[in-house]
Design a protein around this ligand. Structure first.
Ligand SMILES: NC(=O)c1ccc[n+]([C@@H]2O[C@H](COP(=O)([O-])OP(=O)(O)OC[C@H]3O[C@@H](n4cnc5c(N)ncnc54)[C@H](O)[C@@H]3O)[C@@H](O)[C@H]2O)c1
Length: 264
C-alpha cells in the first residue's frame, strides 16, 4: 500500500535532527511540502537543504515551540509560502534523566513548557487553518514514558503522559471538523537520546536496544517516521484519539527470562 501525502503542506517541529529530520524527509519523498522548524536555525536549514537536494520542497523556520509568538509567526510564514497547512507533527522535545529530588523547578517547568505546552500551542493555533482546509491531521510525539513509570523520568514522563491525554481531548473536540489527532509512543530510538541513556548503564546503544525489544534490535528513526507519515496520510482517515506504540514489542512483554529468551 502506498500512503498518500502528495501536495499536503506539513509542518514538523524540531525537525533539525533525529526523528523529526527523518520524518520531514519521508514526507518530502512522498511529495509533501515540508515546513521544517527547529530552535536551532542551522539545523532546520540543513534538513531543508537535504530535502531540496533530493528534489523536494521545504521551508526552514526557527521556532521555540514553547513560545506563543513563535507559533503565530511560523504558521503565518507557512501559509504565506504554501497557501495552507494540512498536517502538524508536534515532534520537538527535550529529555532529561534526573531523580525527582535532583530536578529543579526550573527544569520541570521547561520540560512541561516544551514537551506539553508546545503541543497544546501547536494544536490551538493550527486548528483554524486545518478547519479552513476541511480537516487535517495532528500527530503528537509522546513516548513509552507517557504510558509507564520509570525511575528518574518523572518530569519527562509527566509531560509525555500529558501529551497522551491531551491528544484524546483534542481528538474529541476537533473530530467534528474532520481534524484527527493521534499520539506516537516510541521506545529508545537510534538518536543522541539513547546514547545519553545507555551511557548511564555502561551498555552500548546497540546492546541496550537489543535488550529493549523481542525483535532484538534498536529502533531506527525511520521506524518512527513511517508511523508518523501513515497517521498524516489519507489511508489513516478513521484513526483519531489513539496511541500508537513504536516499541518493537518492548512494553508488551518483559525481557523473556526463559533459557530460550536469554540465549536469543
Ligand atoms: N529518541 C528517542 O529515543 C525517543 C524516544 C521516545 C520519544 N521521543 C520523542 O521524539 C521526539 C524527537 O526526539 P529525537 O530523539 O529525535 O530528539 P532530538 O533531540 O534528536 O531532536 C529534537 C529536536 O528538537 C529541537 N528542539 C529542542 N527544543 C526545542 C524547542 N523548544 N522548540 C523547537 N525545537 C526544539 C532540537 O534542536 C532538536 O533538533 C521528542 O519529542 C522525543 O521526546 C524520542
Amino acid at each position: 500500500m502506498r500512503v498518500t501525502v502528495e501536495n499536503k503542506v506539513v509542518m514538523v517541529t524540531g525537525a533539525g535532527g533525529g526523528i523529526g529530520r527523518a520524518t520531514a524527509r519521508l514526507f518530502a519523498d512522498g511529495g509533501a511540502k515540508v515546513v521544517v522548524t527547529d530552535i536551532t536555525e542551522a539545523a532546520a536549514r540543513q534538513t531543508a537543504e537535504l530535502i531540496e537536494r533530493s528534489g523536494g520542497e521545504a521551508l526552514a523556520l526557527v521556532q521555540d515551540v514553547a513560545s506563543e509568538a513563535d507559533w503565530l509567526r511560523t504558521l503565518a510564514a507557512t501559509v504565506e509560502r504554501f497557501g495552507a497547512i494540512d498536517v502538524l507533527v508536534n515532534n520537538a522535545g527535550i529529555y532529561v534523566i534526573a531523580s525527582v529530588e535532583e530536578t529543579s523547578l526550573e527544569q520541570w517547568n521547561r520540560m512541561i513548557a516544551v514537551n506539553l505546552t508546545g503541543t497544546f500551542l501547536g494544536a490551538k493555533y493550527v486548528a483554524p487553518y486545518l478547519r479552513k482546509q476541511g480537516g487535517g491531521s495532528i500527530v503528537n510525539l509522546s513516548s513509552i514514558a507517557g504510558l509507564q513509570g520509570s525511575a528518574e523520568h518523572a518530569a519527562y514522563g509527566a509531560a509525555k503522559g500529558g501529551v497522551r491525554i491531551l491528544t484524546k481531548h483534542l481528538a474529541a473536540e476537533f473530530g467534528r471538523d474532520n481534524i484527527r489527532v493521534n499520539s506516537v509512543h516510541p521506545t529508545y530510538v537510534r538518536t543522541p537520546m539513547v546514547e545519553y541513556a545507555s551511557g548511564r548503564t555502561g551498555l552500548s546503544a546497540e546492546e541496550y536496544g537489543r535488550m529493549l525489544s523481542p525483535l532484538g534490535r534498536l529502533a531506527e528513526v525511520e521506524d518512527v517516521a513511517n508511523m508518523i507519515v501513515f497517521l498524516a496520510a489519507e489511508e489513516s482517515r478513521y484513526l483519531t484519539g489513539s496511541e500508537f506504540l513504536v516499541d518493537g514489542g518492548g512494553t508488551s512483554t518483559e525481557v523473556d527470562p526463559s533459557p530460550t529468551g536469554l540465549a536469543a
